[in-house]
Design a protein around this ligand. Structure first.
Ligand code: MOS
Length: 700
């Protein structure tokens, strides 16, 4: 148990410290880093989905005036580390997916680099590819573990017997779609080697973590980490796609090494991002629920099938939230992967929990209907005393309170009906739960220094637009016992102490813990009257890392959906979420995170849909013209509220992380509301009018 930091600056809705610079356009992003005499790189990508490159003719590209270098797998430098297939750029003539990086052109302008890349002609020995995800494949396999280190499968009790004997059961298959992160700032790097070309590399890279980024590049290029500097003060969104570097970063570093002393800029195009920067696998979720007549679960099971690339495994932990959300004596979860000739899936906002709170939360709605029990009440009746998976006590769990407060704020009628007609519009309401684990990374270090009457705090943290620039000073100020205006926090550079990735909603929890520790050690060493230059470093306090509790943030989301009875048009005028996410450090930036997550969940429910052309082996709608993301006109009223939750187990701030929980459960709540409106149960996302129209009554 930790005594929580006394909140003074914490809890205040301070404005973003970086807001003015961003609005004025003076905040510098990776690609626009001002450097002397930059050159520009443009990738060459494979145009087959599988095969071997037999030849590349670069003569036409090299003949263009202003082309500085053309690299292919046949002449690129050999990298010392090639175990990670994604990072081993230009090391093989094998093609594992369409759009793979197979070359790079460096030129005096970006236009010329692009023209020259197009002028490279490639011959292939093309082989048949296999890109069809289905639950019926005979080569599905169980990975050794799934993302975040979870066991692949879990089992307890006897699901089959419960399904055969229970009073009510639900057995359905639910599917989530192919999704792309699409941060508005593309993946971009400015890379500069010192003139010797082997000594020192500087990367201005758009990344969710300068230190993890540096570690990956150091490994691939066989350099000690102190010979690489990564700088990233601002990020225009990542959503996980910048959590690990992708091949573009390695390609930028390689391209720059061809021109030592000259900075090289490489920004992926929006279209290239659909091939190269990760995505969320489609998932197929077979759900089984068994309950007694009072709605108490007797069994809950999820069997997931999803895809990975053949050359680098990524196993989305879709079945994981089912393990811990609700009480049930019998339980099962499994993950099976289809190894395909497709781009490499990776992290996208709430990997696991986001798709994994779709099937179960729709299935619960189906169960509630079969039982004639209010879906809010059904969830409350299955509230577990302890974590059903690990049997550990909760650090804190206020799902029931979120459901109750959400119901009240929304005007939820527990007696139903949840659907009615308003002129041409069929109106319905739906609910689903949200969850996200509370994580803190094991290591991060912060430095506190006294300078000219002010405190400088340095840590290599990342602000993806989430608010780290603003909330870390709030934490530092309270830990030091000073006014927040007297604290400067510097982040986004490997020159500052090592920081963990901005991922898993763990950034504030981890970096804040290190900052508090550094501040306390500073006060212990120098008291309250320090001298200029006094400085200490502090690490995340290992002794305070708690492993005896199951720590999660919870939430409940309520949706009003309107479906046009004639056209099937679907609108969501109202979306209300109530969350229990520990102590909220800054209500302004927190609300923005929660509303952002909910909007992204709405986008998943209604709009986003990667359409994979299995014949070509590529996403057909690989741009923002065709891949529709919810825009302002699609969003009605969205409200995010939170409970005042005290959790002494998670960390010294009492914060749980808020970057990802908002996207979990939203799509299920929308599907449940559309069902209440129309009687049409959509089990495959997104919910589009074609899926609803065929089930609507009335004249066509
Ligand atoms: Mo987030 S997908 O954990 O960067």
């Amino acid at each position: 148990m930790t005594e929580l930091l006394e909140p003074r600056a914490i809890g205040q809705a301070l404005v973003r410290r970086d807001g003015v610079d961003k609005v004025r356009g003076t905040a510098v992003y990776a690609f626009e880093t001002p450097v002397e005499h930059p050159a520009y790189a443009h990738p060459v990508q494979s145009t087959v989905a599988r095969g071997r490159i037999t030849a590349m003719d670069t003569s036409a590209a090299e003949a263009l005036d202003g082309v500085l270098a053309v690299l292919t797998p046949f002449d690129a430098e050999r990298l010392p580390a090639t175990e990670d297939w994604e990072y081993a750029v230009l090391q093989t003539d094998q093609v594992a997916f369409r759009g793979q990086l197979i070359g790079v052109v460096v030129a005096e302008t970006s236009e010329l680099a692009r023209q020259a890349a197009d002028a490279v002609t490639v011959s292939y020995d093309e082989q048949p590819h296999d890109a069809v995800l289905s639950a019926g494949r005979d080569d599905l396999y169980a990975p050794e573990q799934v993302n975040a280190g979870h066991p692949t499968d879990s089992a307890e009790g006897d699901v089959a017997t419960a399904m055969a004997t229970a009073e009510v059961t639900v057995e359905q298959t639910y599917e989530t779609q192919l999704l792309f992160n699409n941060p508005i700032e593309p993946h971009a790097t400015t890379a500069l080697w010192d003139p010797a070309g082997e000594g020192f590399l500087t990367l201005w890279d758009s990344t969710q973590g300068v230190h993890p980024d540096r570690a990956a590049v150091a490994e691939v290029f066989g350099l000690p980490e102190d010979r690489i500097r990564v700088v990233c003060p601002y990020v225009g969104g990542g959503f996980g796609s910048k959590g690990n570097p992708h091949a573009n970063v390695m390609l930028a570093a390689m391209a720059a090494r061809a021109l030592p002393g000259r900075p090289v800029k490489l920004a992926l195009t929006r279209q290239q991002m659909f091939f190269l920067t990760g995505y969320r696998t489609p998932t197929i979720q077979r759900m089984q629920l068994a309950a007694d007549s009072q709605g108490r679960l007797q069994a809950i099971a999820i069997d997931v099938v999803e895809q990975t690339s053949k050359v680098k495994e990524f196993a989305e932990q879709t079945g994981v939230p089912t393990r811990m959300m609700y009480a049930s004596p019998s339980r099962r979860s499994t993950h099976r992967l289809a190894p395909l000739d497709v781009p490499i899936p990776s992290w996208m906002r709430a990997p696991g929990e986001c798709p994994g709170m779709f099937g179960p939360e729709v299935a619960l709605d189906e169960l509630a209907e079969s039982l004639g029990i209010d879906p809010v009440e059904l969830r409350i009746r299955n509230e577990p005393e302890v974590d059903p998976d690990t049997k550990k006590p909760w650090s804190s769990r206020h799902l029931v309170e979120c459901l109750r407060e959400g119901a009240e704020r929304f005007g939820w009628d527990p007696r139903g009906p949840r659907g009615h007609r308003d002129g041409a519009w069929l109106v319905g309401t739906g609910v689903a739960s949200s969850v996200y684990p509370t994580m803190r990374q094991a290591t991060s270090t912060a430095t506190v220094r006294f300078e000219d009457g002010r405190y400088a705090v340095e840590i290599g943290a990342a602000d993806l637009g989430t608010g780290a620039w603003t909330v870390l000073p709030q934490i530092a100020a309270d830990a030091l016992g000073v006014d927040v205006a007297d604290v400067d926090v510097r982040i986004g550079d490997t020159r500052y102490p090592t920081a963990s990735v901005a991922g898993g909603s763990s950034g504030t929890n981890t970096w804040g813990s290190a900052i508090v520790q550094a501040a306390r050690e500073f006060r212990g060493k120098y008291g309250t009257d320090p001298h200029p230059g006094d400085e200490v470093s502090g690490d995340v306090d290992q002794a305070a890392l708690d492993s005896d509790h199951a720590a999660y943030a919870f939430g409940a989301q309520f949706v009003e959906a309107r479906v046009n009875a004639d056209t099937g048009e679907i609108r969501v005028p109202r979306l209300i979420g109530v969350f229990a996410a520990g102590r909220i450090i800054n209500p302004r930036t927190a609300r923005s995170q929660l509303i952002g997550g909910m909007t992204m969940g709405l986008s998943m429910a209604l709009h986003e849909n990667g359409v994979f052309d299995t014949r070509l082996g590529q996403t057909a709608n690989h741009d923002l013209g065709e891949y529709h993301i919810t825009v302002n006109a699609d969003v009605g009223e969205i409200e995010a509220h939170w409970l005042d939750e005290h959790d002494p187990w998670v960390n010294v701030m009492g914060s749980k992380g808020i970057g990802e929980i908002g996207i979990t459960g939203t799509a299920a709540a929308v599907v449940n509301a559309v069902y209440a409106a129309t009687g049409v149960r959509v089990r495959k996302l997104p919910v589009t009018l074609d899926k609803v129209l065929t089930g609507l009554d009335g004249p066509r």
